[in-house]
Ligand binder design. Structure first.
Ligand code: MF3
Ligand code: CO
Ligand code: CO
Length: 270
């Protein structure tokens, strides 16, 4: 039987992949993670996000992989680079990074038909205390969400773990964007919300593949999309951060496909 026809679908329309499919996700996820490791040296004051994106495109090609974002709904770049109050889907451009800028770099690659999607935060120059706090809370909220991933838990358990942690720290979770199923496609059911109530939503089953990618704002959660139809910014201009991993549900927990080979997922490399 053809590969894409194997496996089954839950009543919520979520594809259940097979044990042998984890290897494909590891190949794609680890390439995305390696590229995010390698790009760290290209982030500095005076650099442009267009140059960072060109380097990412070069690294994707060098690996013999395909960028999932080039040509996706008309998007033309190998990454999204979201600086300061940009929440997500920032378009690489020629503006120079300045001291203290924080940026999310989001890369999705296709390796042998499997999608690897991950993003992290970087800093140009010196990190301010408030940006450091935002980045730490966002990172930790993702990891707390991932801790909820095991068969029998629900997507609401993931969202609740993220939301309650973020709100304890007087920050807010963006509602306008969510994580997503992925595998042999880029965006598939379910919508992985980064907020919610325990025990609600679809039940997690072994073989589900999806992203968790919380966006956290220092101010209010509302966003707006600029006239370029991509760039999403905080309405109140407050700083925003995001981290994203691609994960799979195993028999007793979680497999993270996009772990950093160099231990560089967190910008302070802790
Ligand atoms: N990688 C993004 C995500 O996490 C999607 C980017 S789509 C693009 O889902 F077209 F904006 F690149
Ligand atoms: Co994603
Ligand atoms: Co992404």
């Amino acid at each position: 039987m053809k590969n894409e026809l194997r496996g089954r679908m839950t009543k919520d329309g979520i594809r259940i992949y097979e044990p042998g499919d984890f290897a494909g996700m590891h190949a794609a996820g680890s390439l995305a993670a390696r590229i995010l490791d390698q790009i760290a040296d290209h982030v500095f004051v005076g650099q442009t996000t267009a140059t960072i994106d060109s380097e990412i495109e070069r690294l994707v090609n060098e690996a013999g992989a395909t960028s999932a974002t080039i040509g996706y709904k008309g998007y033309q770049h190998a990454s999204c680079i979201s600086v300061n109050h940009v929440v997500c889907h920032g378009i690489p451009g020629t503006k120079l990074l300045k001291d203290g800028d924080i940026l999310n770099i989001d890369v999705t690659v296709i390796v042998d038909g499997w999608y690897g999607d991950s993003s992290r935060m970087y800093v140009a120059g010196k990190l301010s205390r408030k940006a450091e706090r935002l980045i730490q809370v966002t990172h930790d909220s993702l990891m707390l969400g991932i801790e909820q991933v095991k068969p029998g838990n629900t997507f609401g358990d993931i969202g609740n773990a993220i939301q309650s942690y973020v709100e304890q720290h007087r920050m807010s979770v963006v509602r306008d964007f969510c994580g997503h199923g992925l595998g042999r496609v880029f965006h598939a059911p379910p919508n992985v919300l980064h907020y919610g109530r325990p025990g609600t939503g679809a039940v997690l089953e072994e073989g589900m593949f999806f992203t968790i990618e919380p966006m956290v704002n220092l101010g209010r959660p509302e966003t707006k999309t600029l006239s370029d139809d991509w760039t999403a910014v905080t309405r109140d201009k407050s700083l925003s951060a995001q981290f994203e991993h691609s994960v799979g549900v195993t028999a007793d927990g979680v497999d993270i496909f996009t772990l950093s080979p160099g231990g560089k997922f967190h910008p302070t490399y802790g």
